[in-house]
Write a protein that binds this ligand. Structure first.
Ligand SMILES: C[S@@+](CC[C@H](N)C(=O)[O-])C[C@H]1O[C@@H](n2cnc3c(N)ncnc32)[C@H](O)[C@@H]1O
Length: 216
């Protein structure tokens, strides 16, 4: 199975919390410092973290790193789901995709999918999600894989529309927004109202606002 670097205390913490069997080779710079950090920020995983850690030279400033195995792809949310599946259309910024995964995990989304060349399991995306990839399915898909009501998020859409449960919630890329292929599939185009003069929200902010506003 492919592996990814888990860089930093928070990434390792979330991976250990949600998928401990997929975390390997935990390395810490200093046992006492790690013990204090875990006692303060994550007492629930402290024992496991320390029991499995070995001392090593660690590059990350928190002094904690590990290796993660990618989970086997879970395609369930493509066809069956009661919460929204968030789809990011051709994103460019790994940090933005990480932020979407983080809020999708927090708000109880069914999963996060991406279309386009950016690998949603790239280490930079994993840093941006604080390791919350391990809390829900994260997949790269094609538009043809999608089933269910498609709701496009766009500043020019309907500000009165709401997100139906189990929809595919499509958010666009930083520069170009949602592409024509997914716009053509939209059952609904939903806007978050903004003050005059503001062009758009950051894509992860838009996802956060709508997931929490319309949470079942
Ligand atoms: C930075 S915006 C893209 C701006 C891009 N220039 C455009 O024309 O759409 C990234 C994505 O966030 C979502 N978004 C941003 N502001 C929004 C708003 N006010 N209402 C709904 N969605 C919004 C949309 O999905 C958009 O494609």
């Amino acid at each position: 199975m492919p592996t990814v670097p888990l860089e930093g205390f928070h990434v390792v913490k979330h991976a250990l919390r949600f998928a401990p069997q997929l975390v390997h080779d935990i390395r810490v710079q200093d046992l006492d410092r790690t013990r204090a950090l875990a006692a303060r920020l994550a007492p629930d995983i402290a024992q496991e973290l320390l029991a499995r850690a070995v001392l090593a030279d660690v590059g990350h400033h928190t002094g904690v790193e590990a290796t993660g195995t990618l989970p086997p792809p879970d395609l369930t949310p493509l066809t069956r789901r009661s919460a929204p599946l968030v789809l990011v259309d051709s994103p460019r910024s790994p940090g933005n995709v990480g932020a979407v995964i983080r809020v999708a995990a927090a708000a109880g989304a069914a999963g996060v999918a991406t279309i386009g060349p950016l690998d949603p399991w790239h280490p930079s995306v994993l840093r941006g999600s604080a390791g919350l990839h391990y809390a829900l399915p994260v997949l790269r898909v094609e538009a043809a894989d999608l089933i269910g009501p498609v709701v496009v998020l766009d500043a020019g859409g309907d500000p009165a529309a709401t997100l139906p449960p189990g929809a595919v919630l499509v958010v666009g890329s930083e520069r170009d927004g949602v592409g024509p292929a997914l716009r053509a599939r939209a059952d609904l185009v939903l806007a978050l109202p903004m003050r005059t003069g503001v062009s758009s929200l950051n894509l992860a902010t838009a996802v956060a606002a709508i997931l929490y506003r319309d949470r079942a």
